[in-house]
Design a protein around this ligand. Structure first.
Ligand SMILES: Cc1cc2nc3c(=O)[nH]c(=O)nc-3n(C[C@H](O)[C@H](O)[C@H](O)COP(=O)(O)O)c2cc1C
Length: 401
């Protein structure tokens, strides 16, 4: 090998062995340590008396325990009114906002900005709370992250999975998977804009097909604090069941990619799984099987703000060895009263900003599975404000007393 070739060889070798940068987990690290360990230090059980559970296969050097359980971002669903009731009746470990346009936060007219800032309204009781942004322009993403950090958010999540055409037209959301280089730039831009809070990514397993290996490695090169894997491709939308084998593979890819960080006890990117989780017990079982550090729950919360109350319950296993933890079960009257509380909060906080039609899909979710539900739903579809909803509910409750 002549000198020139030797030089080329070393240049190539050094390019291939890029040191993996330690991600800054911020609050995620504390949460992971708290949720990840139910081992007792002084004879008493941590986390308020959880039963000990068998090692759920956390990566080398990691403690054992339950996964972090978070609320998924859902546009026109996880607004401040719904988050208020979710937080009150069954607090998840971390709440997510609905997604907000990074470009819009920077460039919209004053009226447009007011609407976007309404999407980012939150109360301090909601902490820990993460804002989700979408965008494909690094400059605007950096500025938007500055704005979000100044609002007091605990973290920022970048949407790289949304299949909506209007988002993809902006080269954002799932479209990021077609432009891995830009995706990394967006993560770096977010980190520059909000250097003191952790930056996370929510994505899918590929665009038209399984591209998990190359796509996840690409994201990991930018060292986000968490990557949430929605276990479907963009093409699959939500039409096929989520395949949690993808989440298991994502954990293995992360373990291999960040091996040096893991064996030396440094912080490493957490992998969360997402898709079709219906309860906290289901989340625990899917995390045990996939070895995910956390689980994100979306549609399971529809009409069921009590879902995360199971996080505060002791963990038990049923006869077949599955986790069997139950949530608080409200009576019908309680359920309808909470629906009313939700509606009132929506009107107080978002009336005049968001259309009251947003509440209608919540009504459909709250009102089912009991005698008279169909007729009650039909009446609620005709309402236009919280006062009318109250009248309908009071009339219904007076009939069943
Ligand atoms: C109505 C609705 C709105 C959604 N909006 C967002 C969003 O703003 N950002 C995002 O990353 N995902 C969004 N999603 C996807 C969910 O966060 C989640 O990935 C998906 O629903 C799968 O999880 P699940 O089976 O637990 O619902 C949305 C889903 C629904 C049903």
């Amino acid at each position: 090998m002549n000198l020139l070739n030797l030089f080329k060889y070393f240049l190539k070798a050094s390019k291939n062995s890029k040191a993996v940068v330690e991600p800054q987990l911020g609050f995620w690290n504390d949460l992971n340590n708290k949720c990840g360990s139910i081992k007792h230090e002084d004879g008493g059980l941590k986390n308020g008396g959880y039963e000990d559970v068998k090692n759920i296969g956390r990566p080398i050097g990691r403690p054992i325990g339950r996964p972090i359980c978070v609320l998924a971002p859902m546009a026109d669903v996880t607004d401040c009114a719904f988050r208020y009731v979710i937080n009150k009746y069954g607090k998840p470990d971390v709440l997510w906002t609905e997604f907000v346009s990074a470009d819009g936060l920077v460039r919209a007219s004053p009226v447009g900005k007011k609407k976007l800032l309404a999407d980012l309204k939150f109360e301090k009781e909601e902490k820990l709370i993460v804002a989700q942004l979408f965008g494909s322009n690094p400059k605007y993403m950096e500025e938007a992250c500055k704005i979000v950090a100044d609002l007091g958010y605990d973290g920022i999540d970048l949407n790289m999975g949304c299949p909506d055409k209007s988002i993809e037209r902006q080269k954002a959301g799932a479209s990021m998977m077609k432009n891995p280089k830009l995706a990394k730039e967006i993560i770096f831009a977010a980190k520059r804009g909000a250097p003191n809070i952790p930056i996370t990514v929510k994505t899918r397993v590929g665009y038209n097909k399984d591209e998990l290996d190359s796509w996840l490695r690409n994201i990991l090169e930018a060292s986000p604090a968490v990557v949430t894997i929605h276990a479907r491709t963009r093409k699959e939308m939500s039409k096929v069941p989520a395949d949690w084998n993808y989440v298991k593979r994502a954990v293995a890819i992360r373990n291999e990619f960040q091996k040096d960080l893991i064996v030396t006890g440094k912080q490493h990117t957490l992998i969360f799984g997402n898709g079709d989780v219906t309860s906290v017990a289901d989340a625990y079982n899917k995390a045990e099987e996939s070895e995910a550090d956390g689980v994100m729950i979306g549609r399971g919360i529809f009409g069921n703000p009590w879902l995360f109350s199971a996080l505060q319950k002791p963990i038990t296993r049923n006869a077949s060895g599955d986790f069997d933890v139950v949530q608080n079960e409200p009576s019908l009257e309680e359920k309808l009263n909470v629906m009313l509380e939700h509606t009132q909060k929506f009107q107080d906080e978002l009336g005049g900003i968001k259309n009251f039609a947003v509440m209608k899909k919540h009504f459909k979710a709250y009102v089912n599975g009991f005698d008279g539900a169909k007729e009650l739903r039909a009446e609620l579809m005709e309402t236009n404000n919280a006062e009318e909803v109250r009248e309908v509910i009071l009339r219904f409750l007076s009939k069943i007393d």
